[in-house]
Write a protein that binds this ligand. Structure first.
Ligand SMILES: [Cu+2]
Length: 139
């Protein structure tokens, strides 16, 4: 009786152990692959008027090659002109954001380097930089 019980228990434990051995690394690998291959880098960039100068805050965005970059652009500059642009020509990003409004742009940072971010409507007003690092391992 006890021997039979032990046989069943041992079998169950073995199956559980096998299950644990096969399931856990797969789940870990899936999660790991996701963080390495498909990171979404999110930013909020606000256009502001500070002491007479219009600026993007923050003015430097950093991503890894291959990241999906999602930028929420908020236009907090009051008055005229009633809108400003947000463009990253290297990645074909171009948007117009009305004063007081928010737009979201998204692209894949598939090129490495330092890229201009600007208001395509008034290039003298606003500028920022996007830095894309060569794809590195993410922890
Ligand atoms: Cu502008």
């Amino acid at each position: 009786m006890i021997q039979q019980w032990w046989k069943i228990t041992r079998t169950t434990l073995s199956l559980l152990a096998l299950g644990a051995v096969t399931v856990t690394p797969t789940a870990w690998a899936d999660q790991h692959a996701e963080t390495e291959a498909a990171a979404v880098r999110k930013f909020t960039v606000v256009n502001v008027l500070y002491e007479g100068d219009k600026m993007f805050v923050p003015s430097v965005l950093v991503a890894e090659q291959g990241d999906t970059v999602r930028i929420k652009v908020v236009n907090k500059i009051p008055g005229e002109p009633p809108n400003h642009g947000f463009a990253i020509p290297a990645f074909d990003v171009e948007e117009v954001v009305n004063s007081g409004e928010t737009k979201t742009v998204e692209f894949v940072a598939d090129k490495v380097g330092l890229f201009d971010v600007k208001c395509q409507l008034h290039p003298a007003h606003l500028s920022a930089q996007l830095i894309v690092h060569a794809g590195g391992k993410k922890e």
